[in-house]
Ligand binder design. Sequence first.
Ligand SMILES: NC(=O)c1ccc[n+]([C@@H]2O[C@H](COP(=O)([O-])OP(=O)(O)OC[C@H]3O[C@@H](n4cnc5c(N)ncnc54)[C@H](OP(=O)(O)O)[C@@H]3O)[C@@H](O)[C@H]2O)c1
Length: 255
Amino acid sequence: MRGKTLVISGGTRGIGKAIVYEFAANGVNIAFTYNSNEQLAQEQVKDLESNYGIKARAYNLNILEPETYKELFLQIDKDFDRVDFFISNAIISGRSVVGGYTKFMKLKPRGINNIFTATVNAFVIGAQEAAKRMEKIGGGSIISISSTGNLVYIENYAGHGTCKAAVEAMVRYAATELGEKNIRVNAVSGGPIDTDALRAFTNYEEVRDKTAELSPLGRMGQPSDLSGACLFLCSDKASWITGHTFIIDGGTTFK
Ligand SMILES: NC(=O)c1ccc[n+]([C@@H]2O[C@H](COP(=O)([O-])OP(=O)(O)OC[C@H]3O[C@@H](n4cnc5c(N)ncnc54)[C@H](OP(=O)(O)O)[C@@H]3O)[C@@H](O)[C@H]2O)c1
């Protein structure tokens, strides 16, 4: 993996941050995005470069404006000579999910559309730009981070769960059409993982306790539980895996 480059959205917190550190520890150069916290992002760049001996750069991105991925990748072209891996990880929260993160009878087109834009459109535009670069170096691996909230009921999650189902379908289409370029495309779908996004859930404590109860492993997920799967899917060990959703749920979905 050493000398290859990962582009990942939302690399400053939660699952994205765990993926950034997992890849950096394996010698991968990192181009990650942040949205609100530039200082944190720049401190992370310094930390990654001094502790792992890799090249790291942080870029501002708003996934509610997916077309800006085009400009972002032009900046990345100036800083990195190749793009091997792209992970669409960032998720919106707060005001932009009003009418999307709620009960079915309170859903509003605007909230659902915002989540769709941030989940599906952002994946599509980011993956298109990444694939153009991967084609030039003979292939690559693309991942969308999904959620088991499209398979099992999570309170207030109708908007997100529906968009995660959509992005998993989009992953299969992308995989089918990009295979001839030796680009593999998969989704990594997590059960409840202890991050800021989950702590913002109105029923966080209930979800945490219920997950630990449902999991044969007796605990909820941690960000590092997903990052290893991403590293595997980007490695040569996963060379014939494409068009799939890798479910990492601590055994909770079956129960
Ligand atoms: N947590 C779970 O239980 C869980 C389970 C399964 C799947 N997932 C999925 O895993 C992914 C990461 O979730 P997480 O829980 O790690 O989230 P998180 O801890 O809330 O982190 C969100 C990341 O996205 C960035 N971000 C926020 N708003 C953005 C915007 N408008 N444009 C671009 N970037 C933005 C944040 O950057 P700033 O800090 O700079 O704002 C941050 O780096 C999401 O796709 C989520 O659906 C989460």
